[in-house]
Design a protein. Structure first.
Length: 134
């Protein structure tokens, strides 16, 4: 079994969709290992998105992810990394397939509700960054 880091970004909290998104992860059979409501500063955003800090889309993304509380969680299950990314859907909510979290609930490329680690290496790095005790 595998662990992955999931973020329910500030739009999920603001829109009152935490329960709905969490339900999908739970219903799929993923186990909750850690979960915390947290408001992050720019330094934590930069560490999390280290691979994106130089990109054009990053400054507004940083403003967005620091704009209010988000829910950080670690979930565990068979192939959890790929499973979460499949549940999340394509990055752009306007293009994500119906049936996915973004496809059903987001109409934005930036405010796309969720994050999921994209590889075992990212999962290990991100879990260490958000939940150093794990
Ligand atoms: P995540 O890493 O959040 O699960 P992802 O892997 O689908 O999403 P990345 O390409 O890693 O997407 O981009 C990270 C985040 O940056 C996206 O989730 C989105 O919020 C934002 N983002 C990516 N591309 C754009 C863009 N072109 N315009 C605006 N925001 C973007």
């Amino acid at each position: 079994s595998q662990r992955t880091l999931v973020l329910l970004k500030p739009d999920t909290v603001r829109r009152g969709l935490v329960g709905q998104v969490l339900s999908r992860l739970e219903a799929k059979g993923l186990a909750l290992v850690a979960m915390e409501l947290r408001t992050i500063d720019a330094a934590q955003a930069d560490r999390h998105y280290a691979e994106h800090v130089e990109r054009d889309f990053y400054p507004p993304l940083r403003d967005f992810v620091t704009s209010g509380p988000l829910v950080a969680l670690v979930v565990e299950g068979d192939e959890a990394i790929e499973v979460v990314r499949a549940l999340n859907g394509a990055t752009d909510g306007r293009k994500a397939a119906p049936g996915t979290i973004r496809g059903d609930l987001s109409l934005s490329n930036r405010e796309n509700l969720v994050h999921g680690s994209d590889s075992p290496e990212s999962a290990e790095r991100e879990i260490g960054l958000w939940f150093p005790h794990l």
